[in-house]
Design a protein around this ligand. Structure first.
Ligand code: 5AD
Ligand code: SF4
Length: 473
């Protein structure tokens, strides 16, 4: 049994990264069995889910949509806020019930929650019917763990490693059009509210040539878009070579000629001019940046350990808007950080007014055990925090509607991804600036980038129609 260790997860003692080749376990032991996978959280977790799917597929299993039908259940968890925890423990209630009726079902928990010692303790003491617990550093061990699993036994294998990167990871990708590509794992920023540096470990970059190779292979397979993934993409490369930075990677990926390139997430602290120039210079790098603000109060930013002031944020924001034509910028904001006063909150609203974001994800501060902010004095009642969130959301929605309205009557390229959930006669897709568009056009256009005329603008989406090419003669 290997249990997570918060102290070890905090260590940043080595700059050495070990690059290893992942050997996937192939077996027929699970041939014909069904798996149920549920993934919570960010894109990084979604992408990990694609690795989990590949592992289960190599064992001979096929997916199913109903928990009750499954032979193997995997919950790929998120730890960012308490409600993510609650969802998983809520789900475990259903699974416990199921296990009583069908004791042969194998239950597995992976992802960020597994990296927390409080969670593994709770699983050990109160949920012994969970058979396998694996972490973010050893997803590849899920295969061997499943082959060894016994219905009445719990095996916990979670590590807190600093420097390992696996290459040749197989993915069962959810889409044939857009793909996620990891470029840097982990985070060394240690923002005081955030659990990620503990659950995901030290920052470690993939080699530039390995990323480029993966993008080229995706392009050959017909993919139109890649999203480069990292908790903080700006940190890319510093552990490989002092002179290598994210802009070098971005440029190398742009030169592969893949149609669309995106990246998430960017920290405002070390977003260099060179990065802005590269984004502006390459047509296939999409003019869309997710730039978390977190707070508009310098006092709170300092308490959060964010390493920038609101003035620096706004200056960077304006520079991006000036230099990157038509750029859309979205953000993340936390309200109710410990000690946040109404004045601090009003300063956040001021920055929102100054930036008029295209969109934002907004959250109430959630204390995460083991992080510095969880120990800070927090006297604001929840009701007041909820009111702040409501006020903020009103403003955010107003600006995203305004940003969408700018598209009315314009013609813009849209990458079409599939049939719209709301209206089956339409397809949905995204503009280069990451606006969701529902387009009246035929299914044969899935996977294509079409010129679309925008006919309606709402807060969260646009409607459009395909621009028919004029026939000549
Ligand atoms: N409480 C609330 N929101 C959080 N985030 C990260 N940690 C917390 C927390 N403890 C938010 C941040 C981050 C986004 C992914 O989640 O805004 O950018
Ligand atoms: Fe968390 Fe800050 Fe790292 Fe983002 S940069 S993952 S908010 S510690």
């Amino acid at each position: 049994m290997n249990l997570p260790d918060l102290k070890k997860a905090k260590e940043r003692t080595t700059n050495k990264v070990e690059y290893k080749d992942l050997k996937i376990t192939e077996s027929k032991d699970f041939l014909g069995k069904k798996y149920f996978l549920r993934t919570y959280g960010c894109q990084m977790n979604e992408h990990d889910g694609e690795e989990i799917e590949a592992i289960l597929t190599y064992l001979g299993m096929t997916p199913c949509e109903e928990l009750e039908m499954a032979d193997v259940i995997v919950l790929n968890t998120c730890a960012i806020r308490e409600n993510a925890h609650d969802k998983v423990f809520g789900y475990l209630g259903r699974i416990k019930h199921l296990k009583k009726e069908r004791p042969d079902v194998i239950v597995c928990i992976g992802g960020c929650m597994s990296q927390e010692s409080s969670v593994t303790t709770e699983l050990k003491e109160r949920h012994p019917y969970v058979n396998i617990v694996f972490g973010t550093h050893n997803i590849h061990e899920l295969g061997p763990m499943l082959l060894d699993a016994r219905k009445d036994h719990q095996e916990i294998k979670v590590y807190s490693k600093e420097g390992e990167v696996y290459e040749h990871v197989p993915y069962e990708r959810a889409s044939k059009i857009t793909a996620w590509v990891n470029i840097i794992y982990g985070c060394d920023k240690f923002c005081t509210y955030c659990i990620v540096p503990y659950t995901r470990g030290k920052e470690r970059s993939r080699k530039l040539e390995d990323v480029v190779k993966e993008v080229l292979s995706l392009k050959e397979q017909g993919y139109q878009e890649v999203t480069l993934l990292g908790q903080n993409v700006n940190a890319y490369g510093h552990d490989l070579d002092e002179s290598l930075e994210f802009s070098d990677l971005l440029e190398a990926v742009a030169k592969t000629g893949i149609a669309r390139i995106r990246f998430v997430t960017s920290h405002p602290w070390n977003f260099t001019d060179k990065m802005i120039d590269v984004i502006a210079n390459y047509k296939n790098i999409m003019p869309y940046i997710h730039l978390p603000l977190q707070s508009g109060s310098n006092r709170i930013l300092k308490l959060m350990g964010r390493k920038y002031t609101k003035e620096e944020y706004v200056t960077l924001f304006k520079k991006m808007k000036e230099r990157i034509p038509n750029v859309a910028i979205t953000t993340d904001i936390i309200v109710g950080f410990p000690g946040e006063t109404n004045e601090d909150f009003l300063e956040t609203l001021d920055v929102v007014d100054a930036c008029q974001f295209d969109g934002a994800y907004t959250f109430i501060f959630s204390p995460r055990e083991g992080t510095p902010a969880a120990k800070m004095k927090d006297e604001t009642p929840l009701k007041e925090k909820e009111e702040r969130l409501y006020t903020l959301n009103q403003k955010i929605n107003e600006y995203s509607k305004k940003a969408n309205e700018r598209y009315l009557g314009k013609i813009t390229p849209v990458l079409l991804l599939g049939v719209s959930e709301k209206d089956k006669t339409k397809l949905y897709g995204y503009t280069d600036t990451m606006k969701l568009v529902n387009v009246a056009t035929g299914k044969e256009n899935i996977g294509k980038i079409l010129d679309v005329k925008i006919t309606d603008a709402k807060s969260f989406s646009l409607d459009g129609e395909e621009m028919k090419k004029e026939s000549v003669g």
